[in-house]
Design a protein around this ligand. Structure first.
Ligand SMILES: Cc1cc2nc3c(=O)[nH]c(=O)nc-3n(C[C@H](O)[C@H](O)[C@H](O)COP(=O)(O)OP(=O)(O)OC[C@H]3O[C@@H](n4cnc5c(N)ncnc54)[C@H](O)[C@@H]3O)c2cc1C
Length: 413
């Protein structure tokens, strides 16, 4: 790994977002770019992600973003020589109620309007695709054949290889502790190894992005909210090509991990951190919440046969960053020239990393699209926000991730 150095562009954070931005900058012809990472590359939130990549949403913008990500993942190995372990297994959105089916019908319309293939499966097709479903409980099942999952570490390795090939450098154990912006213009960043000059900082510090923004005197509502899933011991009938399952009525998702089941979900009473309490050096430890995980397991076993007695092999967890309106915080910050945000992924920063990185690049162009402009951090500067209220709202976005209508504004990976 390289040391921190003088560079035109400095990206703070070597998770999926920082590495994706580095890759896209390099592809766009910027070679004087460095990534400064506090610990190791892909060692924090990104390393914990389930890697689900879902394209079916109510929001046309998010649908198109996800479709671009899928097209991109399919070609990434060709470009970098490294596979992101992208498996296009297809996905099923299972509805247990007429209201949910109505929502899925609306999603199917958005998909069709945007050229994404989806269809409702009849019972024969459904039993071919997912034989262990408890068919009696299912109201409908929406199939998206081009969805799937990838391995976050492999994805980040591919970004890093592609970026390095174009001259981007990566320094690890290089926590940024200060950013100097005299007269409202970024000129340097400081790590324990000293100060290096840079004229553009991109803040991709994940749940710490609010603390990094504080280094230039900006307060933004980047709220870490706990998320977790378990991987079972081997489960009969499961193999890596089983389609990804989402059961929004139960707040859960599942996919195969080898011959085991990976299952996570969205808690009705989530746990978040006060964004104002975080410092750049804060360590975010998450203890597994076995009660919550047992609830996910119980819900999954209620719609799939043969999962009652599976053991647990491992638990993954972290604090993905949410915003109070469930939207990314992307783009230059008014009043601090050379400071750009790439944060608040609302728990789909792995699947959305490619599209989000493209948005970051676009946000720095003279005339970004209205959608990219709408992600600007300035929306939180225009009307100063109440910390507690922002935290509650961000937490609510998490708690209602799969609620009816939630994907119109939020994630739904
Ligand atoms: C259990 C779980 C399951 C998930 N499942 C999915 C999924 O299926 N699909 C999906 O798309 N997303 C998923 N997510 C969300 C996804 O992990 C995040 O959206 C994504 O990892 C965010 O990436 P990031 O690069 O912004 O953050 P991170 O990966 O946290 O990277 C930020 C980096 O910044 C570094 N940093 C912070 N401060 C500084 C500093 N001062 N100087 C230098 N470096 C600094 C940190 O060390 C860290 O490495 C999941 C998350 C969890 C916890």
């Amino acid at each position: 790994m390289a040391e921190p150095r003088d560079a035109s562009i400095t990206i703070i954070g070597g998770g999926a977002i920082g590495c994706a931005v580095a890759y896209f900058l390099a592809r766009d012809g910027h070679s004087d770019v460095q990534v400064l990472e506090r610990t190791e590359l892909c060692a924090e939130t990104s390393s914990q992600a389930a890697g689900l990549v879902g394209q079916v949403r109510l929001s046309p913008d998010r649908t198109r973003l996800a479709m671009r990500s899928v097209a991109f993942f399919s070609g990434l190995e060709r470009e970098t020589g490294i596979s992101p372990d992208w498996r296009q297994t297809g996905s099923l959105r299972i509805s247990l109620s007429p209201e949910r089916t109505q929502e899925h019908e609306q999603m199917a319309r958005v998909a069709h309007d945007n050229g994404l293939e989806v269809r409702f499966l009849g019972s024969h097709e459904l039993s071919d695709v997912a034989p262990s479903l408890e068919f009696g409980k299912i109201h409908s099942a929406l199939w998206c054949p081009s969805d799937g999952y990838l391995q976050p570490n492999s994805l980040v390795n591919a970004y890093v290889a592609g970026a390095k090939a174009s001259g981007v450098t990566f320094a690890t154990n290089a926590a940024v502790t200060a950013i100097s912006a005299p007269k409202g213009k970024v000129v340097s960043v400081t790590t324990k190894n000293g100060t290096v000059s840079t004229s553009l900082v991109i803040n991709a510090a994940g749940p710490w992005a609010g603390a990094v923004a504080n280094l230039v005197g900006i307060r933004l509502p980047v709220v870490p909210v706990r998320h977790e899933y378990f991987i079972s011991a081997g489960a009969p009938g499961w193999h890596r090509d089983v389609p990804v399952l989402r059961v929004p009525d139960l707040g859960i998702y599942a996919r195969a991990e080898g011959e085991a089941v990976l299952c996570g979900g969205w808690e009705a009473n989530a746990l978040s951190l006060d964004p104002d309490s975080l410092r750049t050096q804060s360590i975010l430890r998450v203890d597994p919440d076995l009660e919550v995980l047992a609830g996910f397991h119980q819900s999954l076993a209620s719609v799939l046969v043969g999962l009652d007695d599976i053991g647990v092999q491992s638990i993954f967890r972290g604090y993905p960053a949410f915003s109070p309106d469930g939207r990314f915080i992307v783009g230059p910050v008014r009043g601090v020239e050379g400071f750009v945000m790439a944060a608040a992924c609302n728990a789909h920063g792995v699947s959305g990393s490619a599209g989000l990185a493209e948005h970051v690049l676009e946000s720095m162009q003279p005339d970004p699209t209205p959608y990219v402009r709408s992600l600007s951090p300035d929306r939180f500067l225009d009307s100063p926000f109440d910390g507690d209220q922002s935290r509650q709202r961000a937490q609510r976005i998490y708690e209602t991730y799969y609620a009816l209508g939630a994907s119109a504004q939020g994630g739904l990976r």
